[in-house]
Design a protein around this ligand. Sequence first.
Ligand code: PMP
Length: 425
Amino acid sequence: ARSQPAIPAVLGAELTVPLVTGERVPYANFDHAASTPCLAQVRDGIDELLPWYASVHRGAGFGSQVTTKVYERARRIVGEFVGARRGDDVIFTRNTTDSFNLLARALPKHTAVVQFDTEHHAALLPWRGPYVSRLATPESVADALSAVDSALASSPVGPRLLVLSAASNVTGELWPIRELSAVARKHGARVALDAAQLVAHRPVDMTEFDVDYLVFSGHKLYAPFGAGALIGRADWLRAAPPYLAGGGASKQVRAEAGTLHVSWQDGAQRHEAGSPNVVGVHAIAIACATLSRHWTAIERHERELTHRLRAGLDTVPGLRRLALFTPERAGLGVISCGIAGTDPGLLACALSAEHGIGVRVGAFCAHLATRRLLDDQTEGRAALRVSIGLGTTEEQVDRLVAGLRGLVRNGPRWSYEVLDGDWAP
Ligand code: PMP
């Protein structure tokens, strides 16, 4: 056997799930592009913190001191993990969606926002109004660059922001971040990067990418749900009204003749009113520190499995891998497929019930991108997505490919009640 460099262990490797026959088999999770399982180190780190946690930033007791230290250390670790510049704020949020909504509220008035309509809804929907330009899905990288160039050239004078994905959660393709940020710079625009799909799979570096803001979610970074981050230039963020009004965001509150006078915090805490998710933030910091020590092994693991998965899926009759640009740009182990003449919802049910395999069907909160890529006539309105991660094994890939081939050829062995209609979520 070849010796492989170690990759960090995730929870759930020993789970078994029931099949329609009543037999139990090891669970094969192919839905890492939705959420990733928890790292063993993250679980251990949470266990260590739980007995200690107490009021953050406020209490004088030892538990509060520990909690505050853990919380503020997490800011440093996350900042380093994403290559933040000196002076950038690291603001903890609930998730990527929350981070983008916060940023949208912090933009100076009349900021022109430019983006592609292929974005995940978390990145697509928070910007509203006449200053938003949504560009049609580009056919090629060259198209993408020239579309951004002309949109920014014709945008009104004033602040400008290009909102961009680092990697697609539909196709696994890597966007040409540096090339696009260079175009943005030419027009004096800032760049906000949706790194939700990239952070767990490749190192990110805001300085090297030359982007001003970066957002991600803990639950896609091998940490639990409920915490995410927005990292970026402090000036707009500190000039904006607090995202939430409340304790923690306020420095001082006075009442004069029945009127409240509030001064708000200047730093990241300005946008973190209320007791924060210290456990979630600690989990993110441990995940960042752990992944940083294993990039070479992680990339190798994912590259080998992705190669095996692509080759296997290409043997499934009628299956087409979806790509915005070209399948060759698909750097990550996320593959969405159209399968001619079959119902992907039925395939997904049967993969789970007959093979113990979890995949996802739908439009993946990127309706415009997914729908554009599917051939509605033969492939329908929903795609089938498989995505790998640290817990994925060769055996699971082979089981998925064999299961899918059998189902496409012979149909399911049992009948299932598949959710009707639009598998859009
Ligand atoms: N952007 C991308 C590229 C994503 O993959 C996701 C999660 N699927 C999001 C944004 C939204 O993340 P969340 O639901 O955690 O806010």
